[in-house]
Design a protein around this ligand. Structure first.
Ligand SMILES: Cc1cc2nc3c(=O)[nH]c(=O)nc-3n(C[C@H](O)[C@H](O)[C@H](O)COP(=O)(O)OP(=O)(O)OC[C@H]3O[C@@H](n4cnc5c(N)ncnc54)[C@H](O)[C@@H]3O)c2cc1C
Length: 462
């Protein structure tokens, strides 16, 4: 007997970008998704504060175009015309060296002339294509990988600040194959990062993906998805238990007025690692293995927005922002030149800067109170960017558990999720603790989850 797909209810746990994307794809395929979100707002890590002409992007600041999943979602949800590309000036990126921002080289000529790296490092790079390939299945740290292929100075002044900017992480702890799978694949496939990058550029044709956002910030994307989902989206619904039944799945949730249980044909979990580790499962073999996900490190990060009069900042702010290497021993991970990156993030005659504090490097700084944090950031911006007037606007956003760290041995967490999926058809896991931390990764994960859950439900209905 065959059921029409529209009669198939699928529970989606978590209303972050992964869960919303999964639910939206399911809805489009004719299923009936129900999204359970514990908080009063959608979007998870995505959100912005708009006040008095300022816009503070509280979590992620930009989305990278370049994957078909991202382009298709933005266009199909109707946000294509609202896409706001990063300003051309934002191509320039700075790295702090010896207490001042130095432009990161983006061409071979700029690399030869940059003061960011010594001649030894520059000449050493010529030997990279001839260095032996690493052992394929060895779990190697990002730091060891870079030391082996590119040398110490490249690790200290390029990769360390980059890892601080992307993961708020520590390259000595992160696994290259899990945290940067494309980099790992480049070496494995081509024997060299340089050779691989050149080959990829020649074969991929078009330009590399561009950064973009929307006029009111990235929150426009979850808002559009939520609007399309309508009543399928249930806020303030905390999922407590997922139980396998003879007919499918029972999801138990709490709404403030009590506990309720509803039945579904499949369950898609798009929860943060700690929430997944804490979730109760019944009749699911191997589910106790998911408890280990509570061990995934998530350092605290503060996103500190400071607005200044343009005349009070000496630096031209002609770029994306600056990243701070750990070796410089300063209290910032980096600062985005937010009002250069996207227009209308600061009132006329003013500039907005978003600084990141904490991470694996200095978690204690992310626990400072607002007053100390703002003073710390303001003083540091004074030293690095020549800020010499008091801020005219400030806002602090705290992320006590910011970004999952794909550390050495991370395969055990992925294996735990895969083992439960294999033992319990109809249960699916995805999101930033499994599929990669970028928004593009999470959007792709949402598509994957919807396709797998949809295929499973159609298969069992046949
Ligand atoms: C400060 C910061 C800056 C970042 N910058 C960038 C950037 O510039 N570019 C980029 O690509 N990425 C960036 N990222 C990473 C990216 O934003 C995240 O990896 C991504 O948004 C995670 O999406 P998700 O849906 O997987 O998880 P989440 O956004 O964490 O969503 C999970 C949802 O599950 C809900 N939930 C939890 N428990 C339950 C429960 N029991 N029942 C129901 N619901 C529950 C949560 O409330 C949450 O809404 C940044 C992240 C942070 C924190």
């Amino acid at each position: 007997m065959s059921f029409p797909p529209s009669s198939q209810q699928i529970a989606v746990l978590g209303g972050g970008i992964t869960g919303l994307t999964a639910a939206w794809h399911l809805q489009h395929a004719g299923f009936v998704p129900v999204v359970f979100e514990i908080s009063a707002r959608i979007g998870g890590a995505i959100g912005a504060l708009r006040r008095d002409g300022w816009l503070h992007e509280l979590g992620p600041n930009s989305l990278l175009e370049g994957s078909p999943e991202v382009t298709a979602l933005i266009d199909e949800i109707g946000l294509g015309p609202r896409r706001l590309y990063a300003a051309p000036a934002a191509k320039r990126r700075y790295i702090v060296r010896a207490g001042r921002p130095v432009e990161m080289p983006t061409s071979p000529f700029a690399f030869i002339t940059t003061p960011l790296f010594s001649w030894r490092t520059k000449l050493g790079l010529l030997g990279e294509p001839w260095r032996p390939r690493g052992v394929a299945d060895r779990d190697e740290s990002v730091a060891d990988f870079v030391l082996r292929r590119l040398g110490r100075e490249f690790l200290d002044y390029a990769i360390n600040p980059f890892v601080g900017g992307v993961y708020a992480g520590d390259p000595t702890l992160l696994s290259v194959r899990h945290a940067f799978p494309k980099l790992h694949a480049l070496e494995q496939e081509h024997g060299s990062l340089i050779r691989g990058a050149i080959k990829r550029r020649n074969t991929s044709g078009g330009p590399a993906g561009r950064m973009f956002s929307f006029p009111e910030g990235l929150g426009e994307l979850p808002a559009a998805l939520a609007q399309a989902l309508g009543p399928a989206l249930r806020l303030r619904h905390a999922v407590r238990q997922v139980r396998r039944t003879s007919a499918g799945w029972a999801v138990e949730f709490e709404t403030g007025t009590g506990h309720t249980v509803e039945s579904f044909t499949a369950v898609v979990c798009a929860l943060p690692a700690d929430a997944l580790a804490a979730l109760a499962f019944a009749n699911v073999p191997g589910a106790e293995g998911l408890r280990s996900l509570s061990k995934i490190k998530h350092p605290p990060v503060c996103s500190v927005f400071t607005g200044y009069r343009r005349a009070d900042v000496r630096h031209p702010l002609d770029g994306f922002g600056m990243l701070v290497p750990q070796i410089e021993e300063r209290p910032l991970l980096g600062t985005l030149f937010s009002s250069t990156l996207f227009p209308e993030r600061a009132p006329a005659g003013c500039v907005g800067l978003t600084s990141f504090v904490g991470g694996m490097r200095q978690p204690e700084l992310a626990r400072l109170d607002d007053e100390h944090l703002l003073r710390l950031v303001h003083t540091e911006l004074g030293r690095l960017l020549g800020v010499h007037g008091e801020p005219v606007f400030t806002h602090v956003q705290r992320w006590p558990r910011a970004i999952p760290q794909y550390t050495l041995g991370y395969h055990r967490f992925k294996d735990a999720m895969a083992a439960v999926e294999a033992s319990a058809p109809g249960l699916f896991f995805g999101g930033n603790c499994r599929d990669g931390i970028s928004l593009a990764n999470c959007i792709a994960a949402g598509g994957r989850l919807a396709a797998e859950a949809g295929a499973q439900v159609r298969g069992t209905a046949r």
